[in-house]
Design a binder for this molecule. Structure first.
Ligand code: C2O
Ligand code: CU
Ligand code: CU
Length: 508
């Protein structure tokens, strides 16, 4: 494994692709809990298969891509991102019942996970539910999340990093009545921006994991793609936009800012809108986290360019903090190379052109964060602690590594309870950041200790929280509606694939 040089070769597998045919033929339906009474408002087919994308000038890039087909429901349910390997944005309303037929036409096992959604355990895309090439898995769930920017991606055992890197990801946007009542930018002025970093070989093909250290630190690429495009730029009208930003990278952390130093107006995080807008110079965005910005391009004036950048994050300095663990020499970490996690990058350029009219005003109040309520109080209030470490090419949580069905007694919680979970990044060798994600729910961040950066976004409802080396965070969890086995893990996808993932069990 050490020093093995593996290029990601995403060959067409023509025969397999043929097998796919229409989304509804072939493939075994693997519906875990078929409810006859389930009447979908929205039904769609989602297929993962090899494809080609024009990303750089010259040869097309072999990718893996989701393709969607709407079977039933409003036509706006599926919104493809033009010229992109990204899957179509799935856009639904809270309360809708959704049925999705996933067909795997990849040359390896896969399963789709709905990141951030509160769904039953067998609808969550756990790796034990993987399906083989040519098979089909049907998901049925009711959308219970508040309006917000969620996303979907594969979750197969030890292959999540590779499959996401190959191109398998898409947004899952939920709308609701609360947002309807606010005058927010809509349609063309509601713009998703998916940030991903990639490394290409001279033939424009994706390169993944060329050195074992890249597993250890997590893989970072050389170029930042936005919505699957290199050197992203787009014309915008001089008026307010809603920018929904997802860090869809395997391991890279961004520190968002406007290049001219004007402040960011943050209106949302992982689980939708904040209570009120937040003005800040920079926002740290770890893998899988989302942030929503109110960007009023009229402030730049006509024919100006607004440039969204990622500022330098001095991870080497963070790692040297007390509590971060022993620090070896970190060659290159401060050298400024673009391949380094934390290196500064230009992300997106917005050319302000034409006339936009005035557009909506920024609301003073956004969406209420409902009180943190759980139906039963008996089991509430318990605190659990989880120690994170990455050592000897193995990721651990409380010294345990991932087991497919394994769950410990201290990972078992009661349905309808609320608890405090404390995550501790012990540092390890080398000390590394860990973006921690819990499946099946949204939580609140109660506080953090040892925070070296003041611009981590802990507000609103969250499903992923970034821990720098030496940091600890306290989360308010609630376990409602759905018993069963769910995952929690580091969303540095190489760390996840190396075992920094565990099950927790919600006992009814
Ligand atoms: Cu974004 Cu376990 O997932
Ligand atoms: Cu998830
Ligand atoms: Cu990690």
């Amino acid at each position: 494994m050490i020093n093995r040089r593996e290029f990601l070769r995403l060959t067409g597998t023509g025969a397999l692709a043929m097998l796919a045919g229409g989304a509804f033929h072939g493939g075994r339906s693997v519906l875990a809990s078929e409810e006859k009474a389930f009447r979908p408002d929205v039904e769609l087919a989602l297929r993962a298969a090899p494809a080609e994308a024009a990303i750089l000038p010259g040869a097309p890039t072999q990718v893996w891509s989701f393709h969607g087909d709407l079977i039933r429901g409003p036509t706006a349910t599926l919104q493809p991102i033009p010229d992109s390997y990204l899957g179509p944005t799935i856009r639904v309303r809270r309360g809708q019942k959704v049925r999705i037929h996933f067909t795997n036409d990849l040359p390896q096992e896969s399963i789709v996970h709905w990141h951030g959604l509160h769904v039953p355990a067998d609808m969550d895309g756990h790796p034990r539910d993987v399906i083989a090439t040519g098979q089909r898995y049907t998901y049925e769930f009711e959308v219970r999340n508040r309006a917000g920017t969620y996303w979907y991606h594969p979750h197969p055992h030890e292959q999540t990093g590779l499959q996401v890197y190959a191109g398998l990801a898409g947004l899952f946007i939920v709308d609701d009545a609360v947002e309807d009542g606010l005058n927010l930018p809509r349609e063309a002025f509601d713009m998703p921006l998916v940030l991903q970093d990639r490394l290409f070989n001279p033939d424009n093909q994706l390169v993944y994991l060329t050195h074992h250290m890249e597993r250890m630190t997590g893989f970072v690429g050389e170029r930042i793609l936005v919505n699957g495009r290199a050197a992203f730029q787009t014309p915008v009208a001089p008026r307010p936009y809603r920018l929904r930003i997802l860090n869809g990278s395997n391991a890279r952390i961004y520190r968002l800012a406007w290049s001219d130093g004007r402040p960011l107006t943050v209106i949302g995080s992982d689980g939708g809108l904040l209570e009120k807008p937040l003005i800040t110079d920079t926002v740290m965005l770890g893998p899988a986290e989302r942030v929503e910005l109110w960007a009023d391009f009229s402030r730049w004036g006509k024919d100006q360019e607004a440039v969204l950048v990622s500022k330098f994050i001095d991870l080497a300095a963070v790692s040297a903090l007390p509590g971060a663990g022993m620090m070896g020499p970190r060659r290159g970490m401060t050298g400024g190379g673009v391949m380094i996690n934390g290196a500064p990058h230009t992300l997106a350029r917005f050319q302000v052109t034409g006339d936009g009219g005035r557009g909506p005003e920024l609301p003073e109040r956004l969406a209420p964060l409902e009180a943190f309520e759980v139906p039963r109080t008996g089991a509430n209030g318990r605190t659990r602690r989880f120690d994170l470490a990455m050592n000897h090419m193995r990721g651990t949580i409380n010294n345990r590594t991932f087991e497919m069905q394994g769950v410990a007694e201290d990972e078992t919680v009661s349905l309808d309870s609320s608890e405090i979970w404390e995550f501790v990044n012990r540092g390890g060798m080398p000390p590394l950041p860990h973006p921690i994600h819990v499946h099946g729910m949204q939580f609140r961040v109660l506080g953090r200790l040892g925070a070296p950066f003041g611009d981590v976004l802990d507000q609103g409802w969250k499903d992923t929280v970034l821990l720098m080396p030496g940091e600890r965070v306290r989360l308010q969890m609630r376990f409602t509606d759905y018993p069963g086995l769910f995952l929690y893990h580091c969303h540095n996808l190489e760390h996840e694939d190396m075992g920094m993932m565990r099950n927790y069990y919600v006992r009814a």
